[in-house]
Design a protein around this ligand. Structure first.
Ligand SMILES: [Zn+2]
Length: 232
């Protein structure tokens, strides 16, 4: 990867004393162009930023140094904790998103992301299973990076986890089965159940995102919890 180009954003501040950086959060920009996204991420009154932005051609822009706190998660929660910006590094992938023409993330962008994410995870105590999507931590508000994002490819590079295909149960379990298991996976139980299921499917069963319990979703969730129980 070429060295990141610095394009400092004023939207930054110190992290709280002693904050460990243990989440890597993946976003899409959700705007028509990378230039428009970069401008917004640097506008003081927008009050948003991220540590990095990756253009569709693979160019990496650094907006905020990793040791500082950027403003990308918003109201968010994971594994019972709501201080997501304190403890995370945020990467924005240029993509118009669901609102402006969602499209696949191109090869140069994915290759640059994997190289950058591996370097970040080597610098900080971020375990594979805490490489997350914005929709994982804000399921009622966010869809990014969305069902076209190649999580299996990241998992093959040690970033994020991807459950193996398990046999599906013959009958779909109900919400009372799903909700405690989603909570064990890290999803915060204060969100609307349909939003939680949608976020889980968008991430782990992207071919069918319905927000409703079904056998395929149950199999993926069981597989995910097996991986997480080994990760400790
Ligand atoms: Zn986002």
């Amino acid at each position: 990867m070429a060295h990141p180009v610095d394009h400092p954003s004023p939207n930054r501040e110190p992290r709280p004393d002693g904050a460990a950086i243990d989440i890597l959060l993946i976003h899409y920009t959700g705007m028509l162009t990378g230039a428009a996204a970069l401008e917004r991420l640097c506008q003081p009154d927008a009050k948003v930023s991220a540590h990095y932005l990756i253009e569709e051609d693979g160019r990496v822009v650094r907006l905020v140094p990793e040791r500082l706190r950027a403003w990308h998660a918003g109201v968010a929660c994971w594994a019972g904790k709501t201080d997501i910006n304190d403890r995370s590094i945020g990467i924005e992938l240029v993509n118009p998103g669901h609102e402006f023409g969602y499209r696949p993330f191109p090869e140069p962008q994915m290759a640059a992301l994997i190289e950058l994410a591996q370097a970040i995870c080597a610098r900080h105590p971020i375990p594979a299973h805490r490489v997350l999507g914005h929709s994982d931590v804000a399921p009622e508000r966010k869809q990014d990076p969305g069902e076209l994002f190649d999580w299996p490819r990241l998992a093959r590079h040690g970033l994020g986890v991807w459950p193996r295909a398990l046999p599906e149960p013959s009958v779909a379990p109900g919400l009372d089965w799903f909700l405690p298991r989603l909570a064990r996976a890290g999803y915060c139980a204060n969100a609307d159940p349909a939003a939680l299921l949608t976020a889980f499917q968008r991430r782990f069963r992207p071919e069918t995102v319905t927000g409703a319990p079904d056998t395929g979703t149950a199999a993926r969730l069981t597989g995910l919890l097996k991986i997480l129980s080994r990760a400790g």
